[in-house]
Write a protein that binds this ligand. Structure first.
Ligand code: SF4
Ligand code: SF4
Length: 266
């Protein structure tokens, strides 16, 4: 499904809070328009990514062995800058052992803490309630056509299965645009190269109310599924998103950085 970022407590072992790079922000009213949400993500993510990378680098430096090169038998070693990404010899080098230890740490304990932090973010959603505006029922989007979604569902993709059990495609883009012009137009600006498919739920009535609200499926109960997803302006979960988006971006950045370390050092 189309998520803006498709795709987490305290870090007790290192003594560093996972959210330590979350600087105190000046409190100002949040702009819940789609453009406002998009700009918030776009404007902040790069800086958060840099802060996350520095935070991870500092943690890994605490694991670096002292005087690692003393007594080394690799007489031809010419590595001057002995940082985490240097091309150390595969055997007999304590700094290469450090690299491997870093990968084990990042993909083990560290990632477990990120997952716990992400779960805490998602659990926080229960502090907020759906205001039954119907916006997410009247316009849902996917990068997959209806047939592709059904095929994915048949192959075992649970989200696709849940999605096609609720949503049906709009006949025309004009109908989709009429359902939520703001969302439609922003998506068309953001997603220019890929095709987007528009869906709606036939269970929403003319007053925007779900006709099976008490029995609505889990895909509806669990919405929004991602704290970095662009939400309809009227969605009451924008409050939750505003509260957690910085932390969620930090977790996303750290998850991406771990992948990078795995590719470079694995
Ligand atoms: S089942 Fe109800 S809550 Fe779910 S999308 Fe349809 S109208 Fe909305
Ligand atoms: S857009 Fe948000 S507030 Fe509106 S019906 Fe969907 S979940 Fe509820």
């Amino acid at each position: 499904m189309t998520n803006f970022f498709s795709n987490g407590n305290n870090d007790e072992s290192s003594g560093e809070n996972l959210f330590a790079v979350h600087k105190q922000e000046e409190q100002k009213p949040k702009d819940n328009s789609l453009n406002g949400q998009y700009n918030e993500l776009k404007d902040n993510y790069e800086q958060i990514f840099i802060e996350a990378a520095e935070s991870i680098r500092r943690e890994l430096d605490t694991l670096k062995p002292k005087d690692a090169c003393e007594g080394c038998t690799h007489k031809d070693c010419k590595i001057e800058k002995k940082d985490i990404f240097a091309p150390y010899p595969p055997t007999g080098c304590k700094l290469r052992d450090w690299q491997m230890q870093a990968i084990t740490y990042l993909t083990g304990d560290y990632q477990t803490k990120l997952k716990a932090a992400y779960k805490a973010i998602m659990d926080k959603k229960s502090d907020y309630e759906c205001n039954k505006c119907g916006a997410c029922c009247k316009l849902a989007v996917s990068e997959y056509s209806y047939n592709q979604l059904k095929q994915r569902a048949m192959k075992g993709d649970k989200f696709s299965e849940a999605f096609v059990s609720v949503f049906v495609p709009y006949e025309t883009e004009e109908e989709a645009k009429a359902a939520n012009p703001e969302y439609f137009e922003l998506l068309n600006i953001l997603v220019q190269e890929d095709k987007i498919y528009y869906y709606h739920c036939p269970k929403v009535d003319s007053n925007n109310l779900c006709t099976i609200y008490e029995d609505r499926p889990s895909v509806c109960r669990d919405f929004p599924h991602n704290p970095l997803k662009l939400l309809p302006s009227a969605c009451s979960y924008n409050e939750w998103k505003n509260e957690v988006s910085h932390q969620a971006m930090l977790l996303k950045a750290k998850t991406d950085i771990i992948k990078f370390y795995k590719e470079k050092l694995g």
